[in-house]
Ligand binder design. Sequence first.
Ligand SMILES: [Zn+2]
Ligand SMILES: [Zn+2]
Length: 314
Amino acid sequence: MPTSPATLRGGPRGAAATAGAAALALVAALACTAALRADDDEDEPPLSPKQLQAKKELVYKAFAGQDADWTRMGKARAGDWLARFKEPGETFDEYREEMEADRPKPDSRILLVPLGDFAKDHADLLEAMREYGEAFFATRTEVAPAHAFPARTWVERRGQYNADRVLDALAKEVPPGVIAYVAFTDQDLFSSGLNFVFGLGSEGSRVGVYSTQRLGEPRERLLWRTLQLMNHEVGHIFGVDHCIFYECSMNGSNSLDESDRHPIHFCPLDEKKLSWFFGFELPARDRRLIEYYRKHGLGGEAEFLERVLKHGGK
Ligand SMILES: [Zn+2]
Ligand SMILES: [Zn+2]
């Protein structure tokens, strides 16, 4: 697993932040950057359209009978993530091979780290995020005490924090047993070459920093977007690449508008990755998620998962 800063992932559906980021800053205020897994795959030629289609057909065949509630990824609209980045997608076998050695130990935990005044100003949201971590990833999720922004991360002339520097500082202090060290702030973040980012994460060091600053109001939308951002970005920390097969929370996204169009749920393929990685049973986990969504006023999401369960999906 690469650990260099070059593997940072940015944006609402961020990918590896590489040299391509600088060019993108001209066209994308939002932070999504270069194609996923650039470090792993940059020496490999991209799949031809025919190869890509064959790969998709393989996935659809593998999940036939389980994907009735899911929409296959259609043609990207102009300006969409997949119109800009030709991503190869990742099958279950590819994921398993990549992540076999990284599967968590039973006592592993996710640690949410509130930066600055986030814990004080968003206590309810933070608790909702903690519960979501437990429900979605079926993994113990805790909230760390309020954490000051690391030194030399505020950039006065931009009125923003430098997410690259925050991430570098956090990567040095990950406590033992923590498999995702995920910081949240309501302050604006930027990354080298980009006007702003929703966040950055590093799969190699299992660290991320994300901002709710641009996720907006009302609170219900803020909660939905924060949870979607969280499962997507923490998904990246657990090695799940962007999904090109179904409309799914793991789709890449070029803007808030595009991420709003994607579901909050993982498709059957990405669910299979998570359930294998963590070793949880999907129906039990889904029932817990259904309870979660109902409790937090997201009844439509609960109903969707109930349909999935009824159809015996995943
Ligand atoms: Zn992403
Ligand atoms: Zn997916």
